[in-house]
Design a protein around this ligand. Structure first.
Ligand code: SF4
Length: 176
C-alpha cells in the first residue's frame, strides 16, 4: 500500500477462517489465534480497525478485542499490570496476590502497576511501572512509586490497602 501510495484504513479481522490452533478450550484457542495473528500486527503499528468474530458471544469478543488492543498498547482502556513469572525467591503466592491487586485497582485507566515476588530482582524488572508492589521478606511488602521505594516492610495483609492509599496520595486514584 505504501508503494502504491494508498492511504486506506486497514481492517484486521479475526474470524473462523483464520485458525491456527485446535483445542478443547475453544475460547483459549481463539485467544491464542488472535494474539498471534493480530497482536503481532498491532505491536508493529499496523491496523486501524479490529474485529473479533469467533465465538458469536459479543461480550467475550469485545473483551478479547479490548485485551488485544491493551496488550499491544494500541489503546489503553484499563490498568496495565506487570507481574514477574515467579521463582524460588518469590515471597508470596503471585497469582492470588496479583488478583487481589487487580480487584482493587483494575479500573485505573492508564496506570501501570507491577507485582513482583522479591526485592532482589523485582525493582529492576518493573520496567516503567507507575507503582510497584514488591515482596521484601516473608509476609512483608515494599511499595514503590516508579523506581523509588516509599514504604517498607508493610504487613502483607494490609499491603493492598496501603497501595490504594499511595495511589490516592499520588493523585492517580479514581473511584470505581
Ligand atoms: S522478581 Fe524475584 S521472585 Fe520474581 S521471578 Fe524475578 S527473582 Fe523470582
Amino acid at each position: 500500500m505504501e508503494t502504491a501510495d494508498l492511504s486506506l484504513p486497514l481492517w484486521i479481522r479475526n474470524s473462523d477462517s483464520f485458525r491456527l490452533l485446535a483445542g478443547d478450550d475453544f475460547f483459549s484457542a481463539r485467544l491464542l489465534d488472535s494474539s498471534i495473528l493480530s497482536g503481532s500486527l498491532l505491536c508493529d503499528g499496523i491496523g486501524d480497525l479490529l474485529s473479533i468474530e469467533h465465538t458469536g458471544d459479543l461480550d467475550r469478543n469485545r473483551a478479547l478485542a479490548y485485551n488485544l488492543l491493551q496488550g499491544a498498547r494500541a489503546r489503553i482502556s484499563k490498568t496495565e499490570f506487570i507481574a514477574c513469572p515467579s521463582c524460588g525467591r518469590t515471597l508470596f503466592d503471585l497469582q492470588s496476590t496479583t488478583q487481589l491487586v487487580k480487584q482493587a485497582t483494575g479500573h485505573l485507566k492508564g496506570v501501570t502497576i507491577a507485582v513482583m515476588g522479591c526485592i532482589v530482582n523485582g525493582p529492576g524488572e518493573m520496567a516503567d511501572a507507575d507503582f510497584g508492589y514488591v515482596g521484601s521478606g516473608p509476609g512483608k511488602i515494599d511499595l514503590y512509586v516508579g523506581k523509588k521505594r516509599v514504604k517498607s516492610a508493610i504487613p502483607q495483609k494490609e499491603a493492598v490497602d496501603r497501595l490504594v492509599d499511595l495511589i490516592q496520595e499520588e493523585g492517580k486514584w479514581i473511584d470505581p
